[in-house]
Design a protein around this ligand. Structure first.
Ligand SMILES: Nc1ncnc2c1ncn2[C@@H]1O[C@H](COP(=O)(O)OP(=O)(O)OP(=O)(O)O)[C@@H](O)[C@H]1O
Ligand SMILES: [Mg+2]
Length: 315
């Protein structure tokens, strides 16, 4: 049994919201009510933080299983497209509410979005399913890319810990979740909570390095990571708080940079590296993601990551 479990184990399970992104580009103007505007370009891609982080980890050679809910009709498309990246979709379940959809429209200087959450609104169901929990327990690391409900966190996180899984959480821009004091405990119960500065401000009332440092030292395990956009990231342990700069790159589009950051961070964690190295790999993945349009095209493979690491941080 133990051997079987080991053979089946994936490196990472990524759980979260899954979308079909419809991206319209090259619009001359915004439509007024009742008008139609033609777009010069269009792509349809899998989207959502969970998809982006899963693809980032797969690009780095990790075995990754994505858990989420989509409409049955879209399942073959997700399996094919995510299969191109090497992400397993065995953890996706069909749901009658249909796949979540985002339509984004880009002009040269601005973008606008329409989003329908679809089956993503029912994700709580998935995380109380015993078969799903057993699959999560059989992976080395579980990454949650969603505002994890407090009740689910209380029942699930101790089980994952007992199974020997490490955990991370990126709730994204979720003002209601971050403003609810009950969820502070969830941020501290996962091994790594991975917010950006804006999310830190909503959680703690301050987005300053000192506020985050105090939070993880006084209330948490004493270690933490905060994303700082172009400035890179802040690392905190019991003795030090330090900043890690990203490599210099030509930035084209920062969509998904935070999700790519999570992938680099988890990749180093799985190699048993220290927090500083986790932040360096994370910053490289975030910065390279930002060099291409969209969240997936710029994700580095293991060779690119290695050479950027050598150039930027010297090894
Ligand atoms: N303009 C930039 N130049 C270089 N690196 C960047 C830039 N923007 C982001 N990054 C890299 O990507 C990482 C994550 O970006 P950021 O802090 O913006 O995350 P986020 O706000 O969670 O992003 P997302 O919008 O994807 O949720 C940063 O820590 C940094 O390493
Ligand atoms: Mg983010």
């Amino acid at each position: 049994m133990a051997l079987q479990a080991t053979m089946n184990a994936f490196d990472v399970a990524v759980v979260g919201e899954v979308y079909i992104d419809h991206v319209f580009t090259g619009l001359a103007s915004w439509p007024r009510p009742g008008e139609e505007v033609l777009s010069r370009g269009y792509v349809r891609e899998p989207g959502g933080g969970s998809v982006n982080t899963a693809c980032g980890l797969a690009r780095l050679g990790r075995s990754v299983r994505l858990f989420g809910l989509v409409g049955a009709v879209d399942m073959p498309w997700f399996t094919a497209r995510l299969g191109d990246f090497g992400v397993s979709t065995q953890g996706l379940r069909a749901h009658p509410a249909g796949t979540g959809v985002t339509a984004s429209a880009s002009m040269d200087d601005d973008r606008g979005f329409f989003t329908y959450k679809g089956a993503n609104a029912e994700l709580g169901q998935l995380l109380t399913d015993e078969d799903v929990i057993a699959d999560l327990c059989a992976t080395r690391h579980v990454h949650f890319a969603l505002p994890l409900e407090r009740g689910i966190a209380q029942s699930l996180l101790p089980r994952l810990e007992r199974a020997g899984c490490t955990t991370s959480l990126d709730v994204g821009f979720s003002p209601e979740w971050l403003g609810n004091p009950l969820n502070r405990d969830t941020c501290l119960e996962v091994d790594y909570f991975l917010p950006n500065q804006k999310e830190c401000g909503l959680l703690l009332g301050s987005d300053q390095d000192e506020a985050f440092t105090r939070f993880v030292r006084k209330e948490g395990f004493g270690h933490g990571a905060l994303k700082l956009g172009p400035a890179g990231a802040l690392g905190v342990d019991r003795e030090h708080a330090w900043r890690v700069k990203p490599p210099r790159v030509v930035v084209r589009d920062t969509t998904g940079a935070g999700d790519a950051f999570d992938a680099g961070f988890i990749d180093a964690l799985l190699d048993g590296r220290d927090l500083n190295t986790c932040l360096e790999r994370a910053c490289i993945c975030g910065a390279l993601c930002a060099t291409e349009a969209g969240a997936l095209a710029g994700l580095p493979d293991i060779q690119q990551l290695g050479s950027f690491h050598e150039q930027t941080y010297g090894g």
